[in-house]
Design a protein around this ligand. Structure first.
Ligand SMILES: *Cc1c(COP(=O)(O)O)cnc(C)c1O
Length: 563
């Protein structure tokens, strides 16, 4: 017997643990953290995603930072259990059979949230259709649209086949899942043998649908030419899409999701402002992202929390009491995490990083707007800072999308800077950024650096993971940092709010980073350690307590799921 469930959560990627490579980055990890918090809170949620049998990719780097990619195969049946449920979708006129693999996300109190991973690798399917659920964000726009049909349409159908009958809300986490709304509409029509949706049908579907938009980057919003949509999507569904005006011009998944949702949100306050401008006339709320505390707090810091804030595992907001933790204890736990990280770095890179030296971390998907190489623009300046302050060392990680040549060039730039910084400043590059590498990094560095080009960072979450571990950020004021930064209290801003959106160029941004490091942060770290530790503690108390998926899921529950 199933517990009755009310909410279906759809996301193209779910990142739960490093050994299941079913995620690319922030979106998938957010989904995983969201489901963990939903399970902690006993929320009646089921989730749907794709299997991604070949993972995203394993990153291989040559000596110059040239990236190549290998498939990241994983033993699906070691992690997931096959269900007997089957569903079909029609793609290019062919029937594609789908199966669902189940993974149970277990909450703190033992409550489970089932996640269904859709898989088309079945003998009944045509050869080419068997690989449709293999590659996350692989292939061309045809491949992508096929995957979105499987996720949205196949996802709704598999939930029916699995027997979930009490679902009342469908959450599209990003536009990839938008076809689910069209399927809900067509489901109503099929039930009554009708072809054309009425305003009542639209209203009924809108009532059920929730849409979260995740990026102000235009390329992040999927669009398909109408001819392509018409050849790939089944005629019934195309007819419905046409009737609601979603095939005039291109099939834009964001527009489809906006049209068929009664609650729409962006993922930070700033992103809400930006999205309301992008989608004029649309009501867009904002719920700022978070991270799952138990997942991202390193073991020694967790022990410290257990002693001083014993309820933190159940109630993340208890981190507010971090001010109780004595300086030397917080420092001791941090140094422990730092040594774990540096051991890993030294073992994997052959460098010798020194735990006494101030360590700066930068790890991101190498998307152009994240500007990973901005910090390395002036190597001479970095050497000078190193010389006059007590020293710096730097750790980087990040994958470029296989077809993003700009991002691959950024990787090579980071590698050129690494050579140019020697022998003074050591820069370590960790290959294959994943959840493992991320958890070591966010807890073991002394400062988390973030330099996106405003207003492109919808939220960002790695700085939140760092904050929970007492690691302050130095970041451009964009995404979550607009809400999280209290200057000299929780960390530091690069420039003022509004800078970089138009007036401030890249060189000026880099200069502001160097200045703040040289004159504020490094002197504090080396000569006023207690003050630095106080900032670490505020990162936990002010930001760790708030930027959690527990708070976030609570907001989704009250504003969207149970309204
Ligand atoms: C947290 C995380 C991300 C997302 O970080 P952002 O700051 O949002 O860019 C990406 N990749 C991995 C492996 C992560 O752990």
């Amino acid at each position: 017997m199933h517990h009755p469930r009310r909410i279906a959560y759809f996301c193209m990627e779910v990142g739960y643990q490093a050994s299941m490579p079913t995620y690319t980055g922030g979106l998938g990890i957010l989904a995983g953290d969201t489901l963990r918090s939903a399970a902690d809170l006993h929320l009646p949620v089921v989730a749907v995603t794709l299997l991604h049998r070949k993972g995203y990719f394993r990153q291989v780097l040559d000596a110059w930072g040239g990236q190549s990619e290998e498939p990241e195969r994983w033993a699906v049946s070691d992690f997931l259990k096959e269900t007997s449920a089957r569903a079909t979708v029609t793609i290019e006129g062919r029937t594609v059979h789908l199966r669902a693999w189940q993974f149970d996300v277990k909450g703190h109190g033992g409550f489970h949230v089932p996640v269904y991973f859709l898989d088309s690798a079945l003998d009944e399917n045509a050869e080419a259709d068997r690989t449709l659920t293999d590659h996350l964000y692989g292939g061309d726009t045809r491949y992508r649209l096929c995957q979105e049909i499987i996720l949205g349409v196949g996802g709704v159908r598999i939930l029916r086949a699995l027997g979930w009958r009490t679902l009342e809300r469908y959450h599209m986490n990003e536009g990839h899942a938008a076809l689910l709304a069209a399927e809900l509409l067509d489901e109503r029509l099929r039930a009554e043998n009708r072809h054309d949706p009425s305003p009542n049908d639209l209203e009924a579907v809108r009532k059920q649908c929730i849409f979260t938009t995740h990026t102000p980057v235009p390329a992040g919003h999927d669009e398909f030419p109408p001819e392509q949509a018409a050849t790939i999507i089944e005629p019934r569904l195309c007819h419905v899409l046409g009737r609601i005006g979603c095939l005039d011009g291109s099939l834009n998944m964001t527009h489809l999701a906006l049209k068929l949702s009664s609650y729409v949100n962006a993922v930070s306050r700033r992103h809400g402002e930006v999205s309301r401008k992008m989608f004029a006339g649309q009501h867009v709320d904002s719920i700022t992202n978070g991270v799952h505390a138990r997942t991202w707090v390193s073991p020694r810091i967790a022990e410290l929390f257990d002693r001083y804030l014993p309820l933190w595992r159940e109630e993340t907001f208890t981190l507010r009491q971090a001010m109780r933790i004595p300086n030397h204890e917080l420092w001791g736990a941090h140094v422990h995490a730092k040594i774990l990280l540096l051991d890993y770095v030294n073992r994997t890179t052959g460098l010798v990083l020194d735990p006494q030296v101030f360590t700066i971390g930068f790890a991101r998907r190498m998307a152009a707007y994240k500007r990973a190489d901005l910090f390395l623009d002036d190597v001479a300046r970095l050497k000078q800072i190193h010389g006059v302050t007590g020293g710096i060392q730097i750790i980087y990680a990040g994958k470029a999308h296989p077809r993003d040549t700009g991002a691959k060039e950024i990787l090579r730039h980071v590698f050129r800077a690494r050579e140019a910084l020697l022998p003074d400043v050591k820069l370590a590059f960790l290959t294959n950024y994943d959840m493992h590498v991320a958890s070591r990094l966010v807890s073991g560095v002394d400062l988390w650096l973030n330099t996106p080009e405003p207003p492109m960072e919808a939220s960002g979450t790695s700085g939140m993971k760092a904050a929970m571990n007492g690691v302050p950020s130095l970041s451009v004021l964009d995404g979550w940092w607009v809400e999280g930064c209290i200057e000299n209290v929780t960390g530091w801003a690069i420039g003022r709010d509004g800078d970089g959106r138009d007036a401030v160029d890249r060189g000026a941004t880099a200069e502001m980073i160097y200045d703040k490091l040289e004159h504020v942060i490094l002197p504090m770290y080396y000569h006023d350690r207690d003050r630095f530790i106080d900032i670490m503690r505020h990162a936990i108390a002010v930001n760790g307590s708030y930027f959690s998926t527990q708070r976030m899921v609570h907001q989704y529950a009250t504003r969207a799921y149970f309204r």
